[in-house]
Write a protein that binds this ligand. Structure first.
Ligand SMILES: [Ca+2]
Length: 542
């Protein structure tokens, strides 16, 4: 009979042999933005080297945009099941009840960390530290205002100053983590935000491509990729042999200089919008290419299998493990389907990006393509193959009904009065707006509501009491003075406001105090003039 000590040592040995996992995700890097994928202009030596040593997936699919892919990556589930339905306006919030890959790996004995973009919830309740990550140097929004400004990140929920280009900050922090945790089983998720807009590559990197005649935007995008490639090279030096390294992007490409003949870009259901590189390097995986269709939802079950972690059984996990493709030749599943859907406000079967694909045929908004013979999606064969087209469409409709069942596609209530988030900053663009109000995309890290009219937010007061209300607003001088009224549940505060220093320059008005009872309520903001824009409201428990 095994003694308790022998058992404990056995468990320890097993823990030690578990592979480390490094998951690298880039942002808006297209399938074609890699030397190893045939782009002879872009310089990606570290990624090319990694790719050559990896199992490379030629048909790996992600969602057309950021947050949906991240939700699927974290949960193994179609994003519409997870609460995510948008990349902003609050639709980038993953339900608190979702189980992340970090949580299951943590349970299996892994140390977990995130470095970089989270984009699955901006409030404390949804922070990576509450989603299974032991450590996190992160930011919540889809894109940063600037690439080199020091005040954009939080380290374990504390704002920190981090100088340098953000790609270097992310890679070098992750590198320190990898070096400090060698020999442990760790799961390190490194989520770069390059080459997403705003376009900013360090000068030497951008110049390299401007000299080659690329457009300003492509030169900066390529420069950002090459600069990030160097950072990834430093990161890869810090892992040992017992580490599985995965590299992928979060949606299709944006750069236009070279597209390897693929159709469509980010936000589209065509191949250019949804096909991502995927390299998986591991001690026991022989480098080769895999043509079987796989998707972001497969990463979760694959990592569970490789790490010996338990897959949650209380919910539908949509992905299937592709570990068999890592271990050797394995046939593609002819019944595999990947689903593509994306719409800015609410998903529907009329969405602009809508498609379903299998190993050979792909249906995109009424058109049918034979990807084996027409990877560029040039020839619509729906009239020639009506049965295949109708069958795929039917599968897509059934899938849509299933993944949207019981889901509400509007912002979750914002919790007010939490000890760990006081004051709470109510993001203006989470509002439901009416009476002519509009959202503006001008601000990179904060969207505003302009021509205020009426804006309404759903709140959930977790601690009753007296709250100070302040508002950040902009008002052009020509408009003269105005007034703002904010009603929260039964309480109302008002303030007269003077013009701010310009229509896009925000000033802060102190609105007064409101007594808020516990529980859900609606907050409503109105202004006396349409020139008033607001970009955030603070509610602070006194
Ligand atoms: Ca993206």
């Amino acid at each position: 009979m095994m003694t308790r000590r022998a058992f404990a040592l056995g468990a320890l040995a097993q823990l030690r042999t578990k592979p480390n996992i490094l998951l690298i995700v880039t942002d808006d890097q297209g399938w074609w933005d890699l030397g190893i994928h045939g782009n002879s202009v872009i310089e990606t030596p570290a990624l090319d080297k990694l790719g050559a040593a990896s199992v490379r997936f030629n048909r790996f699919y992600v969602s057309p945009v950021c947050a949906p892919t991240r939700a699927s990556l974290m949960t193994g589930r179609h994003y519409l099941r997870t609460g995510v339905y948008n990349t902003r306006f609050g639709g980038d919030t993953m339900h608190a009840g979702e189980i992340t890959i970090a949580e299951v790996l943590k349970k299996a004995g892994y140390k977990t960390a995130l470095f970089g973009k989270w984009h699955l919830g901006r409030y404390a309740k949804y922070h990576p530290l509450r989603r299974g990550f032991g450590e996190a140097l992160t930011f919540s929004q889809g894109h940063l205002e600037r690439y080199t400004h020091p005040d954009q990140l939080n380290w374990n929920r504390t704002p920190v100053e981090a100088r340098g280009h953000i790609s270097d900050v992310i890679a070098d922090s992750a590198r320190s983590y990898l070096l400090a945790n060698r020999g442990r089983p760790y799961f390190c998720y490194v989520a770069f935000n390059a080459p997403h807009t705003p376009l900013y590559a360090p000068d030497a990197y951008a110049e390299r491509y401007l000299k080659k005649g690329l457009s300003y935007s492509d030169a900066h995008m390529y420069g950002m990729v090459s600069h990030m490639d160097a950072a990834i090279g430093r990161l890869l030096e810090a892992v040992d042999d017992n580490t599985i390294v995965l590299f992928m992007s979060d949606n299709g490409g944006v750069s236009k200089h070279f597209t390897v003949g693929l159709r469509g870009f980010k936000a589209s259901a065509f191949e250019g919008g949804v096909r991502s590189p995927l390299f998986v390097r591991g001690q026991n995986f022989r480098p080769r290419t895999v043509n079987a269709v796989t998707a972001h939802i497969d990463i979760f079950p694959t990592l569970c299998e490789l790490a010996g972690a338990e897959i949650p059984r209380d919910r539908k996990i949509d992905g299937v493990s592709f570990a068999k493709h890592l271990r050797g030749e394995s046939p593609a599943d002819p019944n595999r389907r990947v689903f593509h859907i994306w719409d800015r406000f609410a998903p529907s079967l009329r969405s602009n990006a809508l498609g379903i694909g299998g190993q050979r045929y792909k249906w995109v908004r009424g058109q049918l393509f034979d990807l084996e013979n027409d990877p560029a999606e040039k020839v619509d064969i729906s009239a020639k193959e009506p049965t295949i087209a109708a069958g795929l469409r039917k599968e897509l409709e059934e899938w849509f009904a299933d993944v949207t069942k019981g889901q509400v596609f509007e912002p979750v209530p914002i919790e007010v009065g939490r000890d760990d988030e006081n004051p709470v900053e109510v993001q203006a663009s989470w509002a439901a707006i009416s009476e002519g109000a509009t959202y503006t995309f001008l601000g990179y890290d904060w969207d505003s509501v302009e021509k205020l009219g009426v804006a309404k937010w759903k709140l959930d007061v977790v601690r009753p009491g007296l709250y100070d209300v302040r508002v950040s607003y902009a008002l052009a001088a020509e408009a003269g003075d105005a007034a703002i009224a904010i009603r929260i549940g039964g309480a109302e505060v008002t303030a007269r406001i003077a013009p701010s220093a310009g229509p896009n320059v925000f000033a802060v008005a102190t609105m007064g105090r409101a007594r808020l009872p516990k529980g859900p309520c609606v907050m409503e903001a109105r202004a006396t003039k349409p020139e008033v824009a607001i970009n955030r409201i603070w509610l602070q428990r006194t």
